[in-house]
Design a protein around this ligand. Sequence first.
Ligand SMILES: C[S@@+](CC[C@H](N)C(=O)[O-])C[C@H]1O[C@@H](n2cnc3c(N)ncnc32)[C@H](O)[C@@H]1O
Length: 271
Amino acid sequence: MTRHKKHKHLAYLRGQIGEKGLKRIRHLRLNLDGKVLAEMWPDFVGLEKRMKKEVPFLLKHIERTADVFDACLGSGAATIGLKLAGVYNIISNEIDQKLVRVAKTEATRFGVELKDIHNYDWRDIPPQLDNRFDSVLCLGNSLGYLFKRKDQLRALSSFRRILKEKGRLIIDERNYGLMFEKIFKHEKEIVYCGNLVEGRPILIKENLVVMEYQHKENGKVAHLVVYPFKKGEIIGLLEEVGFNEIEIYSDYRKGYDPKAEFITYVCSESR
Ligand SMILES: C[S@@+](CC[C@H](N)C(=O)[O-])C[C@H]1O[C@@H](n2cnc3c(N)ncnc32)[C@H](O)[C@@H]1O
């Protein structure tokens, strides 16, 4: 990775956790090279297995004719799965160009074409997209890339703004409640289903979690620093930006289960 690219990635993290936050994790000698992480992401996702559960769940909330905005394409999971299921009007979004390349390779592997890819930061989605979508997806525990409450609110407000009147935001988070109890559940049945990459938290602090990913075949290691939402925190943020109908699912089952690996929120607004 070039100095410039590494600095770009670090700059994002520095903007979120500040110099003080970076100092707190310096001793861990993390590999924050986004390229290594992007390259191993498809093996962490395990798309063939992931879509078996994710797509039927999403189709309960998304019509095949819907206009969808996949806010964080990543290696392509939700977009590719939905396109294979016949949901074609999808605009995907990814700020990391390395992931865009990885997603295009994944899409080719599944015979899917990825045409409409935007590169917006969630905090700055332009007004041209206002009231355009029936569904906005923010999946794979992504909102925690933003640590600051004001940034989280800005991202969620953007998602709400680009939804049509009866549109739905579908957003998930890891069940950090379990992690705070020192239980890390990764059964590879939900969201991150690949067998070739082991992911685990190596540092759990109140306002910061460091995930370590290791590829079993090539031995490469990469890290991700994310914000761990507390119980009820995402719901509070969603309500604050105006979503007043929020359904909760635990590992895709309706209701809240404190033992679930992932919690998903299907959010809309009755005006
Ligand atoms: C954990 S990955 C999840 C990717 C994919 N949705 C999945 O489930 O595998 C988080 C994604 O959010 C994207 N992301 C992080 N911060 C962002 C921001 N401020 N604006 C837009 N995308 C962002 C990252 O580039 C990355 O693709």
